[in-house]
Design a protein around this ligand. Structure first.
Ligand SMILES: Nc1ncnc2c1ncn2[C@@H]1O[C@H](COP(=O)(O)OP(=O)(O)O)[C@@H](O)[C@H]1O
Ligand SMILES: [Mg+2]
Length: 399
């Protein structure tokens, strides 16, 4: 034996004492920046939130990522460089936030950047790819890292998404059931928290991937801040009806989707239809915002076992006032941002990956058939160790 304590043994001891500092880190489908949530965990009880921040990607990486997400072909070299550089950026960002708060990281849960996620129609079965290699995360963060959570769910027959739903019962313990949690990231996904029994979760369709794409094309801005353009515009009913006819919206759950269905080519198609109809940009943003709200409302009516008592919004889209208003109107449900229930709307996804990393190192399952369709009992994620700092020389023979 080398005499160096395994980092898992140290981590378990820190968890047992309720002292473990855990970072959840990710960039969502919007790729708007790197989110980091820091929490203090024990093996039981509610973890304490310590800090949250969203930091920009280093500029050359942001440019490379945006072009990859917008459809530029990535060869093997491009992929290798991107997964390395994203891993470094995720690890460094987690480390920086921890340093700023004078915290030593015990564990990082790193989701990575999704560059491909199946839409359920792949004839050979689902597949997913998140870039941001966990070994580079661990080296840059200087902490044990769990990464690449989704493939295990797929390997157990699941959709690989939405994973955050497994944590929603823990994240919203005090919410009156049934309740609907709606995450407004690049894609919109819901978790239905039933009065009794396991939650139900699925993607409802496009959200900010569409709204941001249109804002870039028509407003020359990264997003429609506060939904101001949408609020000025008028919904075009003919275009809305056309967009609501997308086959993904019709499919029953479990279902998940991503940029391959609702990414750049989809956005360009919606933009082209609006140009053909002569729609001003505000009306186009109003119509696309209405589509997001209508697709969620339609999913509520068709796919939920009972009417929720409340709609709770999280993700960056919770800050889009026009969208929040359209959701309240279309669903008829009392609607609030998750901040009102103890969790900052922006922090939910990163918080989830901190939780999932703790589950992984404690060998606790995170899959449920009702959530992603995976068999029960899957432990998600892959483990990467930080560099060993001790200089103990190797002592052979090894066992
Ligand atoms: N003030 C705001 N007004 C409108 N939209 C906003 C606002 N703040 C954030 N957003 C939206 O939220 C997105 C980021 O949301 P996020 O939850 O990080 O998505 P993802 O998980 O896909 O990265 C932005 O790209 C933007 O569309
Ligand atoms: Mg984001």
């Amino acid at each position: 034996m080398s005499g160096v304590e395994h980092p898992l043994v140290r981590l378990w001891a820190r968890l047992a004492r309720g002292e473990a500092v855990v970072a959840g880190v990710l960039s969502g489908t919007s790729a708007d920046g790197i989110d980091v949530a820091l929490l203090r965990f024990g093996v039981a009880g509610r973890p304490a939130p310590l800090a949250f921040g969203t930091r920009p990607f280093p500029e050359p990486l942001r440019v490379a990522l945006r072009s990859a997400l917008d459809g530029a072909t990535l060869d093997a070299r491009g992929m290798a460089l991107l997964t390395r550089d994203l891993g470094r950026a995720f690890g460094a960002t987690a480390r920086t936030l921890a340093d700023e708060h004078r915290l030593a990281l015990d564990l990082v849960g790193s989701h990575g950047q999704t560059v491909y996620h199946h839409d359920g129609l792949e004839p050979s079965g689902g597949a997913t790819l998140q870039l941001g290699d966990g070994d580079f995360v661990a080296a840059a963060a200087g902490a044990l890292t769990v990464s690449d959570f989704r493939p295990a769910d797929l390997a157990l027959g699941g959709e690989g998404a939405p994973l955050s739903a497994a944590l929603d019962p823990e994240l919203f313990p005090d919410l009156a059931r049934p309740a609907l949690i709606l995450n407004l990231g690049g894609i919109a996904n819901v978790t239905y928290l039933a009065a009794e029994g396991a939650p139900l979760a699925f993607d409802t369709g496009p959200a900010n991937a569409l709204l941001d794409g249109l804002a870039r094309l028509t407003l020359g801005q990264p997003f429609d801040r506060d939904g101001a353009a949408a609020a000025r515009g008028r919904v075009a009913p003919a275009l809305l009806t056309e967009l609501l006819a997308h086959p993904f919206l019709d499919r029953a759950p479990p279902k998940s989707t991503g940029r391959d269905t609702f990414g750049q080519p989809y956005v360009a198609g919606v933009h082209a239809r609006a140009e053909a109809l002569g729609l001003p940009s505000d009306d186009l943003l109003a119509t696309a915002t209405e589509l997001v709200a209508a697709s969620v409302a339609q999913a509520c009516e068709r796919f939920l076992p009972a009417r929720p008592r409340a709609l709770v919004l999280c993700g960056g889209g919770a800050r889009n006032r026009a969208l929040a208003a359209a959701l309240a109107r279309r669903t008829g449900l009392p609607t609030s941002a998750s901040d009102a229930h103890g969790l900052a709307a922006e922090a939910r996804e990163a918080t989830v990956f901190a939780h999932l990393a703790v589950r992984a190192v404690l060998h606790r399952p995170s899959t449920e058939p009702g959530l992603t369709g995976a068999r029960h009992g899957g432990v998600l994620g892959k483990l990467s160790c930080p560099p060993i700092r001790e200089t103990t020389p190797p002592q052979g023979p090894f066992p």
